[in-house]
Design a protein around this ligand. Structure first.
Ligand code: AHG
Ligand code: MN
Ligand code: MN
Length: 338
């Protein structure tokens, strides 16, 4: 069978009217940057890229060298093509405008340059997550407020997993497609078209070490999964937790499951752990496009009106039937307390 490169796929999407030339170029550029990140990640200790950078990001998290390197690669690659109005990143306090020397485009790019930083130094899969929005027309200067659009406004989202293979998973709102990096030829090649998440699953992903801090409906749901065939669910469940959202979500997009990073008492003030604009929204878009669901435990993630660039939210995503159950448990618990 003849293989289809990412470039060919983008041309076909353009012909189908799903994307315009600027968005096609944007995806090409992001894919090219991610190839460079993949090379940097793979060098490991030999490239001197492991360990801490010695700085903190706006969220007070210690930055790894690869967080900083990946951020720089994405910024540099996206500066000059004329396809963007500005970028925003988990690793930068404020949005980065396109330098004056270059033409400006009509899109906004948001990214988590390196997801799963705690796994870098132990040689476990990490990734990049990105989201694309339209820049509002008729503005002189792009400000943080212009990025604060609902997830439903995304025109593209994707992630790259730097694992045994480097994979790009992409959606434009017309299904979810996977590309595998062919290292010999240096190009991404379509490996799965129209990925779907089964509605039912027997696999969940959550950091169980936080259990004692969770809310009651979350305790109820996971308690029932753990009780397995001896509890109300009447069947056994399996658990997986990579601690790289990209890897956990990729497993779910591949074979089903649920991924949960809930509210807990220690992070209630900050709203959750994962970032709405760089992690939750793009992953929610991909998961919904694959037939799954994505909520905060109470409402659809993509329906949230963002209030800050670095806002955090609880995340429940994956196989639809399970997300419906755990979301119902939260709403029932809220009703009974009202
Ligand atoms: P990041 O490395 O971009 O800060 O994201 C890490 C996130 C996510 O990838 C993962 O699911 C989660 O944090 C892991 O959290 P715990 O370390 O609490 O398990
Ligand atoms: Mn992340
Ligand atoms: Mn990150």
């Amino acid at each position: 069978m003849k293989s289809i490169s990412l470039i060919q796929f983008l041309i076909e999407e353009k012909r189908a009217g799903h994307i315009n030339s600027e968005l096609s170029l944007l995806i090409e550029v992001v894919a090219r940057a991610c190839k460079r990140i993949s090379v940097a990640v793979a060098k490991g200790a030999l490239g001197g890229v492991l360990g801490n950078a010695g700085t903190d990001n706006i969220q007070g998290e210690a930055q790894k060298k690869l967080d900083v390197i990946s951020n720089e690669i994405l910024l540099e690659a996206n500066a000059w093509g004329g396809h963007l109005a500005a970028c925003a990143s988990e690793e930068m306090d404020d949005p980065q405008p396109i330098p004056d020397a270059y033409p400006k485009g009509h899109h906004l790019l948001l990214f988590d340059p390196l997801d799963g930083s705690s796994n870098i130094d132990v040689n476990v899969s990490v990734g990049t997550i990105f989201s694309v929005l339209r820049c509002p027309d008729d503005i002189d200067e792009v400000l943080a407020e212009h990025f604060l659009q609902k997830g439903t406004e995304q025109v593209a989202a994707g992630y790259v997993v730097y694992g045994p293979s480097t994979l790009l998973v992409l959606t434009f709102g017309h299904g979810v497609h996977e590309f595998t990096l062919d290292r010999e030829h240096g190009s991404f090649v379509l490996s799965r078209r129209g990925m779907t998440i089964p509605a039912q699953t027997s696999e969940f992903a959550v950091n169980m070490a936080n259990q004692r801090h969770w809310e009651a409906p979350m305790q109820r749901y996971i308690g029932e999964l753990q009780a397995g065939s001896t509890g109300p669910r009447g069947r056994d469940f399996n658990m997986r937790w990579v601690a790289s959202m990209v890897a956990d979500v990729h497993r779910i997009v591949t074979r089903g499951g649920v991924f949960i990073y809930p509210l807990d008492a220690r992070i209630r003030e900050q709203g959750g752990k994962l970032r709405l604009m760089y992690e939750a929204n793009p992953m929610a878009f991909i998961v919904e496009q694959a037939g799954g669901a994505a909520t905060t435990g109470r409402e659809r993630i993509m329906g949230l009106q963002p209030t800050g660039l670095h806002q955090r939210v609880p995340v429940f995503l994956g196989s639809k039937d399970e997300i419906d159950v755990v979301t119902r448990y939260h709403l029932e618990s809220d009703d009974s307390r009202a």
